[in-house]
Ligand binder design. Structure first.
Ligand code: NDP
Length: 385
């Protein structure tokens, strides 16, 4: 039996991982679970899974967590350092399913102790890819991608001979506004943006899918997980989301991973790696799907993807600035402060105003992240409705 820690246990990814744990008694012993402020959700998950440690980032939520766990053997703690402590505990697998750059410090804590990580928290690789991958080289940490696209690439990637790879092609569903004009997008609501046509996910990633920033973040994530070179990365829109991504080899063969849109498939692959286990996901029925469509992404209607490409090419702190500005802009959209089209405008303005340069340490990333957030907040205030 392997021990498992889930950072971000109360979210969409975290709860699907716990579903797999409950369906596979004897495979994983849950060691630690964490959340931001959902004390009752965290306590319920800890009690149901027999977790030994539960940590909540928001200290104000600690009394409720402590009360809900009273009488159980599960230890509890609060504050951002308690989340890092959860990551440092010696469990076999750490699933990083926190949303946003808040996942950076705990992810790095797990990497530095040489853990095997199932990484869903893409923002960490986007804002601090070189810091995380260099730390993994030193500690021997193993990084297993959970994002369905990267998990697909991982499954068909020739890890022994990456020189045989010509291209990595990430698929994108196109999101809920794939067929809308910019004028129509100006009218969309938060509920429209969160209504993803294929996947059921947390609010932030749903909005990122609607702007196509999610695909931009994934390009940067792919660059760090599969370092074949920026020019070998590509994106194609595939509305059915059946082909989760592809790898083209030098001989012209293209290998793809297909499946129904259920995160428990990539989660099971990463959590049980190097084994494969059964999942309750619906089976793929290609005859009933009948048609798979592909189209090039429209960068004029979805400039967020172009901004991410530019940030990836610029390198250094540019992806960190992009990510921080996007987190602030998406939060401003979700709270009703700004409109949908303001999201990429805020990101573009922040990238133009915050100077980018090399970043080599966590402290430098944190500093750039803070400067970009301050600028993006100012941009959001100027655009407030
Ligand atoms: P959710 O918003 O559903 O869940 C986020 C989790 O992170 C919750 O447990 C939340 O706790 C916790 N959290 C939020 N802020 C903090 C913080 N400051 N400190 C500590 N914990 C925090 O997100 P998703 O599950 O949708 O996404 C998680 C990550 O996985 C994201 O990076 C996303 O891009 C990626 N991903 C998600 C997919 C999906 O299908 N949902 C698919 C592929 C990747 P609380 O509940 O208390 O707020």
């Amino acid at each position: 039996m392997k021990t498992l820690t889930i950072l971000g246990a109360t979210g969409s990814v975290g709860s699907q991982a716990l579903d797999l744990v409950a369906r596979n008694p004897g495979r994983w012993q849950v060691d630690a679970l964490t959340a931001n402020s959902d004390a009752s959700g965290l306590a319920a998950a800890a009690l149901a899974s027999g977790a030994r440690y539960a940590a909540i980032a928001d200290p104000a939520a600690y009394p409720a967590l402590k009360a809900a766990l009273a009488g159980s053997p599960c230890e509890s703690a609060a504050g951002p350092e308690a989340i890092c402590e959860a990551a440092r505990r010696p469990s076999d697998i750490v699933l990083t399913a926190i949303v946003g750059a808040a996942g950076l410090a705990p992810t790095l804590a797990a990497v530095e102790r040489g853990a095997t990580l199932a990484i869903a928290n893409k923002e960490t690789l986007v804002c601090a890819g070189p810091v995380v991958t260099s730390a993994a080289k030193v500690s021997g940490a193993v990084l297993l991608p959970v994002d369905s696209e990267h998990n697909a690439v991982f499954q068909v990637f020739d890890h022994a001979r990456p020189d045989r790879i010509r291209k990595i092609i990430l698929t994108a569903s196109g999101g809920p506004f794939r067929c809308l004009s910019r004028a129509e997008m100006a009218q969309v609501t938060v509920a429209d943006a969160c209504k993803h046509p294929i996947w059921s996910m947390g609010a932030k990633i749903s909005v990122d899918s609607a702007t196509l920033m999610n695909k931009g973040l994934e390009l940067i994530e792919a660059h760090h997980l599969f370092p074949v070179g920026i020019d070998r990365l590509d994106v194609i829109v595939h509305p059915q989301s059946v082909v989760h991504s592809m790898v083209e080899y030098i001989d012209g063969s293209v290998l793809a991973q297909l499946g129904t849109p259920d995160m428990r498939i990539p989660l099971a692959y990463a959590m049980a790696w190097p084994e494969r286990i059964a999942t309750p996901a619906a089976r793929l029925d290609l005859a009933s799907i009948a048609r798979l469509e592909f189209e090039a992404p429209d960068l004029a209607r979805f400039p967020a993807l172009a901004l991410a490409w530019d940030a990836l090419r610029a390198g250094g702190s540019a992806p960190c600035i992009l990510n921080a500005a996007n987190e602030i802009a998406v939060a401003a959209f979700i709270s009703g402060q700004v409109g949908f089209l303001d999201i990429d405008a805020i990101v573009a303005a922040t990238l133009a105003r915050v100077a980018s340069g090399p970043v080599g340490s966590l402290d430098e990333v944190v500093e750039v992240d803070a400067a970009a957030r301050a600028e993006a907040r100012q941009q959001a205030r100027e655009r407030a409705r």
